[in-house]
Design a protein around this ligand. Structure first.
Ligand code: ZN
Length: 305
């Protein structure tokens, strides 16, 4: 009697959280538990892609062939598989990256038949939180990130919202709340008063002359920040009707900020929507900085199906 073949090992998933300032690369068989992970600054696109490829080749030598790749990238990017420039970064101020064919470059090195999922970094983070984080079991999840920029993704019953390009909720237009504080700060070169221009980390630093983490909890900066973020959350409540809104990114971690945003959102909503209690509706992510890479690994697994 011969022994049957050794049990099939689970497929090795590869993922990149392709941020504008750093790349995080990982491999895993279980998306919640990366086996190997590396991070490096996002530099020249060809060199950055080559570093990712080198990591996956080393990981593959240790753990076997890579079965699929999930990418959560900074935007704008072409997500539409039917488009001729699918897999490309679109026009971006980031030097060298405009129209860079990221998916094609990676597939050229890792194999033309490799199944690939190509998403925005915020959509990937929404998936990570929905499968393994604060929004487990929640059907409709909106994820906002407030950091160097402001971005957002929406997962609707397992399906990520793309639209013609993808949501760019950082550029929702908001009223000027600066004037009441004797300020006039906005940092977006495209719009007079958009959420990112008013409420991103760079806007806080420009307005108050210090980065947010140096401003005390009772500084007026946080009342104003909460008011802007509540406007963003209200607009997303109106447009997307999520079951839960997650506030990610470095700025959201400020102690006491989410409580202020909840109070202001409740006030602005005016009882119009049948919303869950605010501390269940508006939450901080649970995976912290891992949401993007975990979500990209989940997307890699889904790309196998
Ligand atoms: Zn803008």
């Amino acid at each position: 009697m011969t022994l049957s073949a050794s049990p099939t090992s689970p497929p090795l998933l590869a993922a990149i959280e392709a941020g504008g300032t750093k790349y995080v690369c990982a491999v895993a068989t279980d998306p919640a538990r990366p086996l190997l992970e590396t991070r490096f600054p996002t530099g020249d696109p060809h060199e950055t892609a080559a570093r990712a490829v080198a990591f996956f080749q080393e990981a593959s030598a240790l753990h076997g062939p890579i079965a699929s790749l999930g990418i959560g990238t900074f935007g704008p990017a072409r997500l539409d598989r039917a488009a001729s420039d699918y897999g490309n970064i679109l026009t971006t101020p980031k030097a060298g990256w405009s129209h860079f064919p990221l998916v094609a470059e990676l597939k050229r090195a890792l194999g033309g038949d490799l199944p690939v999922a190509f998403e925005t970094d915020v959509n990937a983070a929404a998936v990570g939180e929905a499968r393994h984080g604060a929004a487990r079991g929640v059907r409709r999840v909106a994820y906002l990130t407030i950091g160097t920029g402001i971005g957002g993704g929406f997962l609707d019953d397992g399906r990520l919202l793309h639209g013609r390009m993808h949501p760019e909720i950082g550029h929702l237009i908001v009223p000027d709340l600066d004037a009441a504080y004797g300020k006039a700060t906005q940092v977006c070169p495209f719009h007079g008063s958009c959420l990112e221009g008013r409420a991103s980390g760079p806007a806080i630093e420009k307005r108050w002359g210090k980065p947010g983490h140096e401003l005390p909890d009772d500084h007026p900066a946080w009342e104003l920040e909460a008011a802007y973020l509540a406007l963003g959350c209200l607009n997303l409540t109106a447009a997307w009707s999520p079951d839960m809104l997650l506030l990610g990114g470095g700025v959201s971690q400020k102690s006491g900020l989410i409580e202020r945003v909840r109070a202001e959102l409740e006030r602005l909503a005016g009882g119009y929507w049948d919303l869950p209690p605010m501390d269940e509706y508006l939450k901080l992510p649970a995976l912290d900085q891992q949401a993007g890479i975990v979500g990209s690994l989940v997307l890699a697994r889904e790309a196998l199906a």
